[in-house]
Design a protein around this ligand. Structure first.
Ligand code: MRU
Length: 338
């Protein structure tokens, strides 16, 4: 199965089921190196998720589903596979949703489980294309869009969430300029988003995260469009660290904020964003860059990988089921019940 449809002319597969193994494009070394690794066990897939060979909420859910199927193929203990995969990263609920769906098959038949993982993958691509259309429908002409992290074909089954809306709106001739925040410390914006947009010839300029306020004040920016790792019952959104700052800045400057996520990213079991577990990643991601120290030896750092944007700062959430305008507990519940 060829898996990742970045766009009509996508040149890469972020996640690919190949015969009886899983192939992942190593996102740690993009865009300058293209390495593909092959996986045959759930525990190796869990390591790949933890180390961010594969990243982005929907993508790690898909990878976990395939990881679970790999252990079924090898006749290994599926409860252990579930556990090791569930412990890989804590914030994106898509991971747990995908594992629940795999376990819900209620069988250790490898053929049924591989088929279910493939369905999860294909459904995510379809959801991305639908969200792209819904999200693009509210964007006006000559739009200038600021985005954060990477939410494209690399982070999903294909097309992308926020980047999918940008792709769809660009195809509708509505987008004149995209700004990609570099997204320290892991540089998803600089390394991955700029790369994906440039491959599609969508005009993109990279921005240091700290430059957003000045950009919002001085230049025309119509939308901040981002993805999500978990959306709670009241519409609060956990996403890449820095998203909350952008939403506050957008509110101050009268810029619209759109969150784009499939319904697999919603966690109605949590009342608000205060309950979302926030991943703390190693200090070294902050104190060094590509293995080179940038801070004094022994310098301490904190590295929360996600933050929570309150629903009140969000104008619209685009999902594959439709749009939630001015999200709150009622509008979220109504959409999920569709
Ligand atoms: O740490 P990452 O790179 O996995 O974080 C990814 C994000 O925060 C994305 O914005 C989110 O998963 C939505 S992507 C479709």
């Amino acid at each position: 199965m060829s898996a990742s449809h970045g766009s009509a002319n996508a040149s890469f597969h972020a996640i690919e089921w190949h015969h009886q193994s899983l192939r992942l494009l190593d996102q740690r070394v993009l865009p300058h190196e293209h390495k593909v690794h092959e996986y045959t066990t759930a525990s190796a897939v869990a390591d790949a998720i933890r180390d961010m060979v594969v990243r982005g909420a929907p993508a790690i859910g898909i990878a976990a589903a395939y990881g679970y199927a790999l252990d079924a193929l090898a006749g290994r203990d599926l409860q252990a596979a579930y556990k090791v995969l569930a412990e890989s990263r804590p914030t994106a609920v898509n991971l747990f949703w995908a594992l629940e769906r795999m376990a819900g098959i209620g069988s250790d038949d490898p053929h049924a489980l591989v088929a279910e993982a493939r369905r999860i993958h294909e459904e995510d691509i379809a959801a991305n294309l639908a969200m792209g259309q819904f999200g693009a429908s509210v964007i006006g002409e000559n739009a200038v869009i600021y985005t954060h992290c990477n939410t494209g074909a690399l982070a999903t089954g294909g097309h992308g969430t926020a980047l999918g809306v940008i792709r769809s709106a660009y195809a509708d001739n509505k987008v004149t300029q995209v700004y990609a925040g570099e997204t320290r410390p892991w540089l998803q914006g600089a390394r991955l988003t700029a790369w994906e947009l440039m491959q599609d010839n969508i005009p993109v300029s990279l921005v240091c995260d700290g430059a957003a306020a000045q950009l919002f004040k001085r230049e025309k920016v119509d939308w901040v469009i981002v993805g999500a790792d978990r959306i709670t019952a009241n519409g609060d959104v956990a996403n890449k660290i820095g998203t909350y700052s952008l939403a506050v800045l957008a509110k101050h400057h009268g810029i619209n904020v759109m969150v784009v996520a499939p319904t697999t990213t919603f966690d109605p079991s949590l009342a608000s964003g205060d309950d979302i577990p926030i991943e703390q990643r190693p200090q070294e991601e902050v104190t060094s860059l590509f293995g080179h120290p940038v801070a004094p030896a022994g310098c301490k750092a904190i590295n929360p990988s996600f933050d929570v944007t309150p629903a009140g700062l969000i104008d619209v959430i685009a999902t594959e089921k439709g749009l939630i305008m001015q999200p709150d507990a009622e509008s979220v519940a109504l959409l999920l019940a569709r």
